[in-house]
Design a protein around this ligand. Structure first.
Ligand code: DGT
Ligand code: CA
Ligand code: CA
Ligand code: ZN
Length: 574
């Protein structure tokens, strides 16, 4: 059982206990424990096996959770969880999450109407059966119907890339308001998380009512959830929430720090402040003895007041940032402008939209000095993957094209070669040997066991022709979980063999994730941030990958395609 599975169990326990009205401290302990375990970069199992260490000593875990983790790993289950699950059907949990319906009403609805799913509830509302129940009326029934569709849409977190588009549109709208003097985004969007639950906007305004009125007039607004003196929340499009807060100039930095989060980071910040005799909140930093304000105008001041350098938002997850900040300087995080190459892209020869020349021109427009053309191999028949013959034809075409681009762009003869379900590569060694650059990746057999998938990837890593493992975990954010994989073994092997790992910049992939990236950095495994573009525009996703790399703490020197062409060639090509 891997860390993510253990964390999922603790999260589920927390949710079930919450449903049963359990003590909030206990619930929070499970949530914190889940989070701590999810972010460990080594398996819980190996910590438990190591008699010199105690899992209970790890931050956020403790004795109870250690024992549960132990039981989970040795027996594969928890009697407590089984019992809770029996007592709480999934549908009951889902009903109780609808705005305005608590656990009690959910039970009544479920029992009296014998509901099996949220769809049953929708049907019951539409047939008017809910309004006939005791304690429910026509109004409640209508509210439930509306709550149902909002709950569905609001539960969905959106990709950072979508949040970015929305934030830019809202930003442009707000800048047209004369009362708006300053505008900053906070929250998970500013931290560059993979997905965004809601957007958080801070505004300095000469006239706060005017600023809020202008916000309400945003053309894509569908609802105003709540409007107060300094805060207003609206829904845009289907149900996505945007919070706006009006902030005073001399408190702007404190508010920005507070609302950027993460909550875990802020808890740590407040603890450090306390040790310095200071109190931090969204209004400023105050001396505990006399309440005197010592900082608040800028974020730099806030961090400085507790002896820390300014911490980039992408690092604010209470992982390693405080350790790093003490060492000073913090790692100089990679910037989009430092990317010089792109080592994964497709053309119209398989499932891409553009030709090699079109991709090459677009790469030059984007300031790149080298690219690899990596179409699919034959196994990916849906994408018309290349067999050795077609691949060799493409490579001789690249030989031609290279001459046209001499001095402007290096074009590598590459391939994204599938790792077969039974193990081994989809193209013969003599063919791979002729490539400049070989990506290996899994597209089939993703449901195989952890051992099978790990062996397949290890097999690719030890193949002398393979340069890089593409999208190593196969996950699609919000759509498909990562396949079962012993990431530690993969990383060890990659390190030994000098095989690179990819950070696929597609906003639905962002694979590797931030925690894996931090582990790769620690092990000294170079990362290639690649667009996996299937069109000219597809090249523009590179910046999402850079954002993810920053969250993993990566600097320019950790990223292979930040090297100049000559450096890259010397270090990574045979
Ligand atoms: P999201 O919206 O789920 O993607 O994640 P965030 O991090 O944007 O969370 P959100 O929108 O609830 O709050 C924004 C930040 O404001 C959060 O990261 C930390 C801070 N914050 C909000 N509410 C609280 C709170 O009750 N306690 C603490 N300590 N911080 C809070
Ligand atoms: Ca948020
Ligand atoms: Ca929020
Ligand atoms: Zn690809």
């Amino acid at each position: 059982m891997d860390n993510a599975e253990i964390a999922d169990v603790f999260d589920e326990l927390a949710e079930l206990l919450e449903f049963h009205g359990e003590n909030p401290f206990r619930i929070r302990a499970y949530r914190n424990g889940a989070r701590a375990i999810r972010e460990l970069d080594e398996p819980v199992e190996s910590i438990l096996e190591d008699s010199s260490r105690d899992l209970a000593d790890f931050p956020g875990i403790g004795k109870t959770l250690r024992d549960k983790a132990h039981a989970l790993i040795s027996t594969g289950e928890l009697p407590q969880l089984k019992k809770l699950r029996r007592e709480t059907p999934e549908v009951l949990m889902a009903i109780s999450r609808i705005p305005g319906l608590g656990a009690k009403k959910a039970v009544q609805l479920q029992e009296e109407l014998e509901l099996q799913s949220l769809n049953d509830l929708r049907q019951a509302c539409e047939d008017g059966r809910v309004s006939k129940l005791k304690g429910f009326g026509a109004k409640t029934q209508e509210a439930i119907l509306e709550g149902l569709s909002i709950a569905e849409a609001a539960a969905a977190r959106i990709y950072w890339a979508e949040g970015d588009l929305l934030a830019q549109t809202i930003g442009e709208h707000m800048k047209k308001c004369k009362a708006v003097k300053k505008l900053e985004w906070a929250g998970s969007y500013r931290r560059g998380r993979e997905t965004i639950g809601d957007l958080d906007l801070l505004v300095l305004a000469s006239d706060r009512q005017a600023a809020m009125d202008h916000f309400v007039a945003f053309p894509e607004r569908t609802q105003t959830i709540a409007r107060g003196d300094t805060k207003i929340s609206i829904r845009v499009r289907k149900a996505f929430q945007v919070d706006l807060r009006i902030v005073e100039a001399d408190q702007f930095g404190a508010a920005l720090q507070y609302f950027t989060g993460s909550q875990a980071h802020n808890i740590h910040v407040r603890r450090l402040a306390k040790e310095c005799g200071l109190k931090i909140n969204e209004y400023g930093v105050f001396r505990m003895d006399d309440d005197q304000c010592v900082a608040g105008k800028t974020e730099q001041d806030v961090y400085k007041s507790i002896g820390l350098p300014w911490i980039p938002p992408e690092l604010r997850e209470d992982r390693l940032e405080f350790e790093w900040a003490e060492q000073d300087p913090l790692p100089k995080l990679i910037e989009p402008s430092q990317i010089r190459g792109d080592l994964h892209m497709h053309t119209s020869e398989t499932d891409g939209e553009a030709t090699i020349r079109e991709m090459a021109d677009a790469a030059i427009d984007r300031g790149l000095s080298y690219i690899a053309i990596t179409d699919h191999s034959q196994r990916v028949s849906m994408a018309m993957g290349l067999d050795p013959e077609r691949l060799r034809q493409q490579w001789s075409l690249i030989d031609e094209i290279r001459k046209e681009y001499e001095g402007r762009l290096e074009i590598l003869k590459g391939i994204e070669c599938d790792i077969l379900e039974k193990g081994g590569m989809d193209l013969p060694d003599d063919c791979l040997a002729e490539a400049d650059w070989v990506l290996a990746s899994i597209h089939y057999g993703q449901k195989q066991s952890r051992d099978q998938i790990t062996d397949r990837i290890l097999g690719a890593i030890v193949n002398e022709h393979v340069d890089c493992i593409a999208h190593p975990t196969g996950r699609l954010i919000n759509r498909r979980p990562a396949y079962e994989l012993d990431m530690e073994a993969v990383m060890q092997a990659a390190k030994e063999q000098g095989t690179l790992l990819e950070l696929n910049a597609n906003p639905a992939r962002l694979d590797l994730n931030d925690v894996h990236l931090a582990a790769a950095k620690r092990l000294g495994i170079p990362i290639a941030i690649n667009s996996d573009a299937h069109s000219i525009d597809g090249l523009d996703v590179m910046r999402y990958g850079v954002m993810q790399a920053r969250r993993g703490g990566l600097a320019r020197e950790n990223v292979a395609n930040c090297l100049t062409w000559n450096q890259f060639k010397k270090r990574f090509l045979k």
